[in-house]
Design a protein around this ligand. Structure first.
Ligand code: FES
Length: 312
């Protein structure tokens, strides 16, 4: 039985409050902690790991702890979590049975800097407006010309295949890329891709019997990934909304790519197994030399669309 909201919470030597919230592990979809509050005195809400729960009945949760030990548990930090109203979790109600009320999941690492990013985005817009408004159209067009330049199809070296020890296992390669956006000075940004040495079964799932061609915005052929070359590189951005994803072990699905933002799950071939992602992971052009050096063309695609639309 899972703990219910408002159930009384008892230590071995007395009552300490009631269940105020539950926290879900975003990987296993199990309850990882209960948040207990409303006890005697002005005590903060505390976060109790499920390992300290001895028994759960219809209306009470018994802990293995005494009240002294309970008082040493960490206070609950609300701003480190988001509710399942704020993040979309597919089939939540089939996995967790706490009604009614709030289920929390840890705030995705990648989103922790959102306020800062929003500030810089707004700041850039304001500066852009102030600069752009008094200028005549030709000047503006001159300033924005780089936005209309063709995609950069340069090959970038990202590492060596010696880093990949096992077939069908995602390995992350990090690299830096120089970006020039509109009137902003050129900057170097951190990027990553996931590379797999794929078995024939996974290659077949990716290529479905056909080589994969890449073309530029004018339709000119750039490169062909051959269907029998075992190395495959996936863009490090989730096709749902562009978050970074990880290679993880899932309780029932085994090893998968998992995106923590809205819990999209992909298999080793990049196919969507669960979650809101509208399309599979995006393969990139890849070359591997005889000495194992891996180069890719760094491409980015529009997030949230079923069709793959290149934007960088
Ligand atoms: S960005 Fe939403 S699931 Fe990855």
């Amino acid at each position: 039985m899972q703990p219910k909201l408002k159930s009384k919470v008892r230590c071995t030597d007395g009552e300490v409050g009631e269940v105020r919230r539950v926290i879900m592990d975003p990987l296993s979809h199990d309850i990882s902690h209960i948040v207990v509050g409303g006890g005697p005195g002005d005590v903060p809400e505390r976060q109790v790991p499920m390992g300290q729960v001895q028994a759960v009945t219809e209306d009470a949760v018994s802990l293995r702890l005494g009240m002294g030990e309970y008082a040493t548990l960490p206070a609950f930090k609300r701003d480190e979590y988001v509710t399942t109203h704020e993040v979309e979790i597919a089939h939540l109600e089939e996995r967790i049975h706490v009604t009614p009320g709030e289920v929390l999941v840890p705030f995705p690492e990648l989103e922790k800097s959102v306020k800062r990013r929003t500030f810089f985005a707004n700041f850039t817009h304001a500066i852009g407006f102030l600069i752009g408004f008094p200028l005549a159209f030709p000047v503006l067009r001159y300033l924005m010309k780089p936005m209309y330049s063709p995609f950069d199809n340069e090959w970038l070296k990202i590492g060596n295949s010696g880093k990949i020890k096992q077939d069908d296992v995602g390995v992350q390669f990090k690299y830096k890329r120089k970006i020039k956006e509109a009137y902003m000075p050129e900057q170097e940004i951190d990027k990553n891709v996931w590379v797999l040495k794929a078995t024939p079964k996974v290659l077949e799932a990716i290529y479905q019997g056909k080589d994969m061609e890449f073309r530029d915005s004018f339709g000119k052929h750039i490169w062909t990934n051959k269907k029998d070359v075992p190395y495959i590189a996936f863009s490090g951005k989730c096709p749902h909304l562009g978050c970074g994803f990880k290679w993880r072990t899932h309780k029932t699905l085994g090893q998968v790519f998992l995106c923590p933002c809205h819990l999209s799950i992909y298999d080793a071939a990049g196919k969507v197994l669960d979650g809101p992602a509208p399309r599979p992971l995006d393969p990139l052009p890849i070359k591997v030399t005889a000495t194992g050096d891996i180069t890719i063309i760094d491409m980015e695609f529009k997030a949230g669309t079923k069709a793959q639309v290149r934007i960088v």
